[in-house]
Design a protein around this ligand. Structure first.
Ligand code: NAG
Length: 969
């Protein structure tokens, strides 16, 4: 969170770097953040691309594989690339490895051989490491690297190229051309992805600094050539980045052959289908940037960087998805252009008239790229998730509603909100405390005047199964008599400045130091701070929010840390910047897992900054948005992008952080937020109070219905989280993902499916709107969720629907079954042992519908020992069956406490929407389960007007954890 009216400003007004923040800003100042041509390496690489382009066929990439260096063995191709660096033909050696994994992923890694040349010793900053940063893998990759030893060379011309056949059934090929170096990745013989096709590979090799000739008497020193002006230092906004290693960027062009849509590389406030970035109508002029920054009140429809980055991109055309993952933690820019294919040289699939060409540029580090050849989005995401990890199973409460503001000012305030939510019958699970709960912004302390009895407050919340989240940020106040900072100093666990001293910067507490969570010892120390008896006032129902971990440094360049700061192991901040937030999130996640010995509970930690892999550690939100309709609208594509980039536990501040939403906006935002995987209302300290009960009628009632809808769907959401946990699937899914051949849906990013429920939602995102046009991707039947009317649809067309303020456009697609809990209660924890309702949406042609339910104790890791219930449901003609889901293994020999309690939990009700007319006149069903048979009443309501026929079976009374069958007639 970020203040636009800095209360501490008066004491710091001497800091000129802060001036831009002190003026009353209404939106982020674009000029406070770099454009490509203000970032030396980006500008150079774009110029390199322009030069190559301008030279057309005359341009030859100066990178060539030395043929005699090439070998293929045990799933790895190895060689040396020679880069010609001048007209005299001098070269530098760049070792390349292309690895082929058992899962069929190819990985191209290019490093630089260190030359034994004293000239390229560092000029200063001698503590800094001298090789390219090569440890991102250790923090990001958690599996999937087993090599495919059966990968083999095919074809014969091994003096000029190597072709490697790999992947399941040898379906994929990598054609590695030596001179100039390029790689083509093929699936079933057709080229899908090309590296260095345009010759933009650029590894700025290490070089000695040639000191400029001294100025002659009475003359100015000659300026270095423009292109070199930012090689050795660079200034932006009054901050100078010293560059002890000189220029060392990596760039590569990656072409997606026959693909007209690319998605991913969050986080950006723009459309799901990424825009072109170099000229052309409606395109951006700047590349997409990934450099985690505190970009408060960010502007919309922009490639500007935000708080977190996942450099993973998918390309999609009808019935084919491929992807790349650019493993680099330094500042990164990506240019995107699309080119129409004039002649169609190969029989590609339909919709293959366009190539999408991308150009990736990072400031330092290895060139390290993973290639996924699909053919489905599910395949791509699954393999990406095998590498970077799956979404952790959440604390069950964490998928309920979170009530936050900056700030609930006292423990009495918290208790008052809690009481009023109950009084108005508004469900919620978690209440949050922003920075003001602390004693003077010293984390792990409480403001003793305002939070007199934090333990009592926590106990009070616990009475209704509720939780408390408190904020803990990575900046540690530099002050006397503060145990945390004295330990950080004495143990040297802080991030260092370029000279090796402890880095000091400004953040909420004023002068601060930053924990270096790249240091395992610092992580161990961090863990000790969260012990229940150290962090007094916290308890089992306290969880944590990590903010400002980009890191945000108010007086730093672009509000972050100087790039020449130093981390554990001597790496420059430049090398690891985009990983910084994740390492801090990781430290807190581990800390929550070790608060008490023997306590094995799932943590909940929200983070603002993130990288590939952060999905293993908790949830993210989209940072400091605004109470405006366009920010509400922007939230949907942003969250869809998170989902398809492997980090689906994502939300946006409901109501908007800055400003005051009017009641219509607030209401619509709750209706949209009810579908966010992470669902939190939040508000700035200057914003008026806006707890849902303050909205007044009819708004409070409408908001409460949206919240109750979410709570009734929690079983479906939890099941979707489990799917994310085992297969990397998004929680809310865009249409290209669910309908990969429905071209009309590829650019749609304002509606989505929820898990595998078949629920299709399109929240209202504009003011005064009372109807909506929903895109229907297929020929299936769609029922209105609330009144069971059959929506008049036509595949590939939009259907017009009423959507007055009290209505959320939500459809049920035929062919699905989803679980629900219909008894409204105050929190998810109070619903834990409630019975279930199953909703069955009969498909257009009758016949089969399918769905599932996954549930576990929502808190421990006992599910890893089989303590869960996972049932698959099938409607087939006149029977509905529940059987243990395949892949769930045997039930555990001994049921734990939770599983035992679940023996009393039943499927109580089944609603069959679109029930066959043959059921008319039936009044009973037969239920068979656990060797017994009984009957249950059935009510059949025939179709009428536009409403589908439906049947309701009550008192089914089948144990949810057992197999059962319901037969009509
Ligand atoms: C998390 O911390 C542990 C312990 O220091 C370390 O082994 C692991 O690599 C860290 N992971 C991330 C993502 O920072």
């Amino acid at each position: 969170m970020r203040s636009s009216t800095l209360t501490w400003a008066s004491s710091l007004c001497l800091l000129s770097a802060l001036t831009p923040l002190i003026s009353p800003v209404v939106a982020v100042k674009e000029n406070d953040f770099k454009k490509c041509d203000q970032s030396g390496f980006c500008k150079r690489n774009r110029a390199y691309a322009d030069n190559a382009h301008a030279n057309g066929a005359l341009w030859t990439s100066p990178y060539n594989i030395l043929p005699e260096s090439a070998s293929l063995k045990d799933g790895q191709f190895q060689a040396v690339i020679l880069k010609t660096i001048n007209k005299q033909g001098e070269t530098v050696r760049l070792p390349i490895t292309v690895s082929f994994t058992e899962a069929g992923v190819a990985r191209v890694t290019v490093d630089e051989e260190r030359r034994q040349n004293k000239d390229i010793e560092l000029r200063h900053n001698s503590a800094a490491r001298k090789e390219r940063y090569n440890e991102a893998e250790q923090l990001v990759i958690v599996g999937g690297l087993t090599l495919d030893k059966t990968a083999k060379a095919v074809g014969d011309d091994s003096s000029t190229s190597t072709t490697v056949q790999y992947g399941p059934d040898g379906q994929f090929e990598a054609y590695i051309q030596y001179s100039p170096f390029s790689v083509e990745f093929k699936r079933d013989g057709a080229t899908e992805i090309k590296f260095n096709d345009r010759g933009l590979l650029n590894m700025e090799h290490w070089r000695p600094k040639v000191e400029a000739p001294a100025a002659k008497e009475g003359e100015e020193a000659p300026a270095p050539p423009a292109e070199e002006s930012t090689w050795w230092d660079e200034t932006f906004g009054g901050n100078t980045d010293t560059k002890p290693r000189g220029p060392e960027s990596v760039g590569l062009d990656i072409s997606f052959v026959g693909y007209d849509h690319v998605y991913g590389i969050p986080s950006h406030a723009g459309p799901l289908s990424l825009k072109e970035t170099r000229g052309g109508d409606g395109s951006y002029t700047e590349p997409y940037r990934m450099y985690n920054l505190d970009v408060f009140e960010y502007i919309l429809d922009s490639p500007m960087t935000l708080y977190g980055s996942i450099p993973f991109m998918q390309a999609h055309r009808q019935d084919s998805t491929v992807g790349v993952f650019w493993l680099n933690a330094a500042e990164t820019w990506v240019d995107i252009t699309k080119e129409k294919i004039r002649s169609n040289p190969m029989a590609l699939g339909a919709g293959a008239e366009t190539d999408t060409k991308t150009h990736w540029i990072s400031e330092s580090g290895l060139l390290d790229v993973f290639v996924f050849l699909g053919p489905t989005t599910q395949d791509v995401l699954k393999k990406y998730s095998e590498l970077t990890g799956y979404t952790a199973m959440p604390q069950e409460s964490a998928i309920g509603y979170h009530q936050c503001r900056w700030n609930y000012v006292s423990d009495d305030d918290v208790k008052d909100v809690d009481r009023k939510m109950d009084k108005f019958g508004i469900p919620y699970d978690v209440i949050w405390l922003d920075i003001e709960y602390t004693d003077g912004k010293k984390y792990f302390t409480w403001d003793a005047d305002k939070f007199v009895d934090p333990s009592g407050m926590g106990e009070r919340l616990d009475e209704h199964g509720r939780k408390l989240v408190v904020i803990i940020d990575p900046h540690i106040k530099n002050t006397d008599n503060y145990e945390v900072v004295s330990q950080l100093k004495s143990k040297e666990f802080g991030i260092k400045n370029k000279d090796g001293g402890l880095f000091d910067g400004w953040c909420w507490p004023g002068s601060s130091h930053w924990i270096d969570a790249f240091n395992p010892k610092a992580v161990d120390w961090w863990k000790t701070l969260f012990k229940y008896d150290t962090f007094k006032g916290t308890a089992e129902n306290t969880f944590i929010w990590n903010d400002m971990n980009e890191p945000s440094v108010f007086n730093g360049p672009e509000t972050t840390m100087p790039k020449d700061n130093l981390h554990h192991g001597g790496w420059e901040h430049r090398d690891v910047h985009n990983l910084n937030g994740m390492t801090f999130h990781n430290a807190t996640h581990l800390a929550l897992m070790s608060r008490k010995s023997g306590e094995l509970r799932r943590p909940f930690v929200l983070t603002r900054s993130f990288f590939a892999g952060s999905q293993r550690l908790g949830a993210m939100w989209t940072g400091d948005n605004q109470a405006s309709w366009d920010h509400l609208a922007a939230s949907i594509p942003m969250l869809l992008s998170q989902g398809i980039a492997g980090f689906p536990f994502a939300g946006a501040d409901v109501g908007g952080f800055f400003g005051n939403p009017d009641k219509e906006l607030q209401t619509r935002w709750f209706q949209a937020g009810a579908f966010y995987p992470f669902f939190r209302g939040h508000a700035h300290i200057d914003a008026r109070r806006r707890e849902p009960y303050l909205a007044g009628e009819p708004y409070t009632t409408i908001i409460t219905s949206a919240l109750r809808l979410r709570y009734s769907l929690l079983p479906a959401y939890y099941t979707a989280f489990h799917q994310a946990h085992v297969s990397g699937e998004p929680i809310i899914k865009p249409l290209y993902y669910t309908h990969p051949n429905a071209e009309g849906g590829f650019a749609i990013d304002d509606q989505f499916f929820i898990g595998d429920t078949g629920l299709l939602a399109k929240p209202v995102l504009t003011e005064g709107q009372t109807t909506i046009d929903m895109f229907i991707p297929d020929h299936e039947v769609y029922y209105d969720y609330f009144d069971y009317s059959v929506v008049p649809t036509q595949a590939g067309k939009r259907t017009h629907m009423p959507a007055p303020l009290d209505t959320i456009p939500l459809l049920m697609r035929g062919g699905h079954i989803f679980p629900r809990r219909d008894q409204p209660r105050r929190s998810s924890q109070l619903m834990k042992y409630d019975d279930y309702t199953l909703v069955v949406a009969v498909p257009r042609t009758g016949g089969r519908a399918e769905g599932s339910l996954y549930v576990d104790d929502g808190d421990s890791y006992d599910y890893e020992q089989g303590q869960f219930i996972h049932q698959a449901f099938v409607l087939d003609g006149d029977t509905i069956k529940s059987t243990r889901a395949s892949g769930s293994g045997e039930p555990p020999k001994k049921a734990g406490a939770w599983l035992k309690a679940m023996a009393d939990v039943h499927v109580d009700k089944i609603v069959v929407v679109g029930a066959p007319t043959s059921w008319a006149g039936q009044t009973e069903v037969t239920v068979t389960s656990e060797g017994q048979t009984w009957t249950a009443p059935l009510d059949y309501t025939p179709a009428s007007g536009g409403r589908a026929a439906f049947a309701v079976v009550r008192h089914v009374n089948a144990r949810v954890g057992s197999d059962w069958q319901v037969t009509v007639a």
